[in-house]
Design a protein around this ligand. Sequence first.
Ligand code: ADP
Ligand code: MG
Length: 508
Amino acid sequence: MGKVVLGVSVGVAVAACAVAALVVGRRVKSRKKWNRVVGVLKELEESCETTVGRLRQVVDAMAVEMHAGLASEGGSKLKMLLTFVDNLPSGSEKGIFYALDLGGTNFRVLRVELGGQRSDLDPDVEQQPIPEQLMTGRSEDLFDFIASSLYQFVEKANDSVQSPVTKELGFTFSFPVKQTSVSSGVLIKWTKAFAIEDMVGKEVAGALQQALARKGLNMRVAVLVNDTVGTLALGHYHDEDTVAAVIIGTGTNACYWERTDAIIKCQGLLTTSGSMVVNMEWGNFWSSHLPRTAYDIELDAESPNPNDQGFEKMISGMYLGDIVRRVILRMSEESDIFGPVSSRLYMPFALRTPAMAAMHEDDSPELIEVARILKDVLDIPDVPLKVRKLVVKICDVVTCRAARLAAAGIVGILKKIGRDGSGGITGGRSRSDVKMRRTAVAVEGSLYTQYTMFREYLHEALHEILGEDIARHVVINVTEDGSGTGAALLAASHSSSSSGSVDNIQLV
Ligand code: ADP
Ligand code: MG
């Protein structure tokens, strides 16, 4: 009897030990998995690091590349395109002007009435998404779609569509164009989600003008501009100290006001103002100082434009969500903290940047929005709070890097034109003896305007790079629909009735 009791209690003890060992084993295993995931996060943080020292290297590289791009055609990955825009709206423009804005996710049609006095502009704007099949189809279909939308818009505005008086139109086309005059230019390449083969190398304004004629719409494409140029025009309309414009939306790009004598690749370029807007196409900027990760390399390799738009792929709205998706996929493959690997994680662009921003900015204690997006968008249900926090951290790292790089780009422009307080790229003056002029930069794009954390990180980095003394002279102005409204303003200042400055531009 005693033996039996002893035997039973030994058996129970052995079983208890086995259970305990199993529990401990599981804990060790799960700690190991967690450590692996934390390792992935650490690696991400390290490779995304943007210390102020590194940002200053990016600033210098940007300024150097700007010089190189202005020195010769193909001298840099920065195209530094001439825009032939040599004057910016002054506020004295009068009349009714239209604009079309094509370049990203949405397409906008605008109509603005200018009264001749710098005032609050109140344009009529209509916006619609571009049907996806038109982004990769035939150019004629795309331009017919645009012309039809414009026709309907003019009709709705009760302006006679077939009026004998030619209406002036500003066309914002946010892709790299080799401009041949202020109102004409040839498409160099598509970026973002567009890929219409038959359009590359063709005259853009001409293609639109033909579509308008097919539709019987009496309109003249008065200016063909990049969205950044429209933004600069509107920024300058409201604030004369505006010297540059930056777009941070689906893609990213910048333009600025440059002295013509600095545009060495076009020697003898004469304009009345002595300056011209240069479209940098900064999305294609590249430097070895940019903090690049394995995810960026993968994203680039799988994109339709590998080795292109490297800066854009680290910064803009089209890509940030996809970088985050790639990090979550890697973590999910390394451990089961997200449960079985969701097939959605393999889908390119399954996680869009607005959803990523919503996770990043989820301020509920339980991170309910993060849980909802992981479940609804990525099909990853029941994620513990600890893991949800990890996801927020990933979003933070990716956005912080993007915003800080954009800030470095902006300071790069200021440096190039001697507005960063250092006395220009070759200047030897110290920061303290330079009298800094008030300098405004117009910014547009939903990534900047809608994503608070992005905006705050960008401002913080501007202050860090420039230092407080200089930063207080630099103003960032948000323009609204500048890419479109600015084009209407430029159509006004370059309309056939105005004493346009186009004739004054000479290449000698
Ligand atoms: P576009 O660049 O197409 O002219 P926008 O400037 O509106 O248009 O930018 C749209 C891009 O901005 C979207 O592709 C998206 O990536 C990003 N975006 C839009 N809303 C948000 C948001 N709330 N948070 C973060 N990013 C956003
Ligand atoms: Mg835009």
